[in-house]
Design a protein around this ligand. Structure first.
Ligand SMILES: C[S@@+](CC[C@H](N)C(=O)[O-])C[C@H]1O[C@@H](n2cnc3c(N)ncnc32)[C@H](O)[C@@H]1O
Length: 239
């Protein structure tokens, strides 16, 4: 599903996530801490970044020594990443709708698939995680962050926690309200989409806001330190 947050507002989004509260002081530090615990050195590893946005994770992965293939649905995001890493041979970025799988990618070639804050835009995640499993090496890692099913249960239009539902909200990420549509689902559906495809979950977290956020935005820190917001899953391909 295409959201204009990532097309019309791509540049503003790219600017915002460099140093904002939710991405820079909560989501990325949690994801990167999980990555560094499981894979402390990415030198020589091949990594697939699915829903790469403006490339904040591409930069982090390169800094850890990885070669990165980065995909996104939104052409403006692909343009931003191609420009940002134009001089880096270790980056290959192209446009792909991940609801349609990974048709350009061969089997068993990646050590890590990273997908940050993208999978809630997919109505059915089962075929997506099947494709992640296909392109990973046996024993390869999958690291995913997404909306917390616990948090999103509170905004269910039907009140049925077990229903998969599209939700439309206005977000103020870029300084003006932008309409964003995503899917919410139950925790069992979220986890089943991985385990049904041969992944074993090796770590599950709900995020830790940074001390910098506590100093900078105490109200946001307090909310993120006491209420669920995102879900972080590290998994391993076992078959
Ligand atoms: C919240 S942004 C996250 C970007 C980046 N992963 C990060 O954490 O900075 C979500 C990204 O997922 C992309 N996206 C959404 N649906 C997609 C799809 N079906 N296929 C590929 N990318 C998609 C959007 O275009 C957007 O760039």
């Amino acid at each position: 599903m295409m959201n204009e947050m990532y097309t019309r507002y791509a540049k503003a989004y790219a600017e915002a996530v460099k140093d904002n509260d939710y991405n820079a002081e909560f989501e990325r530090p949690t994801t990167l801490a999980m990555l560094d615990r499981a894979m402390p050195d990415l030198a020589g590893y091949r990594v697939l970044d699915l829903g790469c946005g403006s490339g904040e994770y591409v930069a982090e992965l390169l800094a850890r020594g990885a070669r990165v293939t980065a995909l996104d649905l939104a052409e403006p995001m692909v343009d931003l990443v191609q420009q940002r890493f134009a001089d880096d041979d270790g980056v290959h970025c192209y446009q792909q709708d991940l609801a349609r799988g990974l048709p350009m990618e061969a089997d068993g070639q990646y050590d890590l698939v990273l997908s940050s804050l993208m999978v809630h835009y997919l109505e059915d995640q089962h075929p997506f995680f099947a494709e992640c499993a296909r392109v990973l090496k046996l024993g390869g890692h999958l690291l995913v962050s997404t909306h917390s099913p616990v948090a999103d249960a509170g905004i269910s239009p039907s009140g049925n926690y077990y229903a998969r539902e599209a939700i439309t909200e206005q977000w103020d990420t870029v300084g003006v309200p932008v309409t964003v549509t995503f899917y919410r689902r139950s925790l069992s559906e979220q986890v089943g989409a991985l385990t049904d495809n041969g992944f074993v979950i090796t770590a599950l977290e709900e995020g830790t806001p940074t001390e910098r956020l506590r100093a900078r935005s105490p109200d946001t820190y307090q909310r993120l330190a006491t209420q669920p917001n995102f879900l972080f899953l590290m998994a391993k391909k076992t078959r």
